[in-house]
Design a protein around this ligand. Structure first.
Ligand code: NAD
Ligand code: UDP
Ligand code: UDP
Length: 313
């Protein structure tokens, strides 16, 4: 059945892939974005589709539209972007959640929140399971993002308990792929752009910290499956790839994939940088029948090809 679906943050990296998938499935998609970190070029190819509509809108302000489902992705996601205007970051997560939940309540829509592995902070248990409450600094430079997302989760669960909203909370782990912002400072985009330009590859700290990288297509599949679950499934549910790499291993994989002459250099580790991160995805496997399918090497190939053409354009 064709649905009317609102995607906030739809002009961003993940949002643009999600809009594309939803249109392919025959739905009507309303994309709301204020272009803070997203870009029209990410969705230009969808503009000709009569089922696609784009509106410039900041989710910290109320929005009155009629929709069946809401995917709430609006929020700067990379440390450089979310630390640029930290107050606005918290407002986007918190006021944005209130407005989208208010909208969902008025129209009776199902609503999914793009939460994050950052709610676990610098985790003291490994891999991270959904029942872990996290280890987050409330006053540090990452707090605007981490605590904003934690508060958004609180709001989702309170609207669920208090107003019986149908909610889906998804904790997204590091995701990469085409249409990542080339200057957002995230490790995969940084390393690839540096490698393609022949510039030094900047490892922060000694490169022993770990992350687990999920390819965007896998992530979007998990997101759509979560939205399709029955009302008893609220999450939170981890979606990510459990294959864990040190940042040094990632640098070497990017060097191998690009064939660059770039050398690795080491810079200071930013404060509050989590030392390790890896999702436990047993819940996603059992509830959604979902597991990632794209290995790092294949995912890097697609991503390098994207950045190569972007830099040559
Ligand atoms: P992105 O920066 O590419 O996309 C975010 C989008 O939200 C952008 O298009 C931006 O313009 C828009 N936006 C920001 N503030 C807004 C506001 N106030 N009103 C309307 N639009 C606004 O980042 P992304 O990687 O695509 O992330 C999408 C979502 O997924 C975010 O909520 C992020 O926190 C979450 N997430 C992403 C990752 C990841 O690895 N990519 C990991 C965990 C969580
Ligand atoms: N809201 C919105 N669109 C709607 C309905 C509500 O943006 O279609 C906003 C509204 O501005 C309010 C917020 O959502 O600030 C929370 O709505 P709710 O009904 O929960 O609270 P109330 O309006 O009673 O404060
Ligand atoms: N990182 C790095 N070099 C870079 C960018 C990031 O070594 O040029 C490190 C960063 O310190 C962190 C990891 O890579 O340990 C992932 O960083 P990213 O900003 O991509 O994501 P997050 O820290 O939010 O997981």
């Amino acid at each position: 059945m064709t649905k009317k679906i609102l995607v906030t943050g739809g002009a961003g990296f993940l949002g643009s892939h999600l809009c594309e998938r939803l249109l392919d499935a025959g739905h009507e998609v309303l994309c709301a974005d204020n272009y803070y970190t997203g870009n029209k070029s990410n969705i230009l190819h969808l503009m000709e589709n009569p089922r696609f509509e784009l509106m410039r809108h900041d989710v910290t302000f109320p929005l009155y539209v009629e929709v069946d489902e809401i995917y709430n992705l609006a929020c700067p996601a990379s440390p450089i972007h979310y630390q640029h205007d930290p107050v606005q970051t918290t407002k986007t997560s918190v006021h944005g959640a209130i407005n989208m939940l208010g909208l969902a309540k008025r129209v009776g829509a199902k609503i999914l929140q793009a939460s994050t592995s950052e709610v676990y902070g610098d985790p003291s248990i490994h891999p991270q399971v959904e029942s872990y409450w996290g280890n987050v600094n409330p006053i540090g430079i990452r707090s605007c993002y981490d605590e904003g997302k934690r508060c958004a989760e609180t709001l989702f669960f309170d609207y669920h308990r208090q107003h019986q909203l149908r909610i889906k909370v998804m904790r997204i782990f590091n995701t990469y792929g085409p249409r990542m912002h080339p200057d957002d400072g995230r490790v995969v985009s940084n390393f690839i752009v540096q490698a393609l330009k022949g510039e030094p590859i900047t490892i922060y700290g000694d490169g022993s910290q770990t992350r687990s990288f999920c390819y965007v297509d896998d992530l979007v599949e998990g997101m759509i499956r979560l939205m399709a679950t029955g009302d008893e499934v609220t999450g939170p549910i981890n979606i990510g790839n459990p294959n864990e790499f040190t940042i040094m291993e990632l640098a070497k994989a990017v060097i191998a994939e690009t064939g660059t002459e770039s050398k690795i250099i080491q810079l200071d580790l930013p404060s509050d940088d989590p030392k390790q991160r890896k999702p436990d995805i047993s819940l996603a496997e059992s509830v959604l029948g979902w597991a990632p399918t794209v290995e790092l090497e294949a995912g890097l190939q697609h991503t390098v090809a994207y950045f190569r053409s972007l830099l040559n354009a």
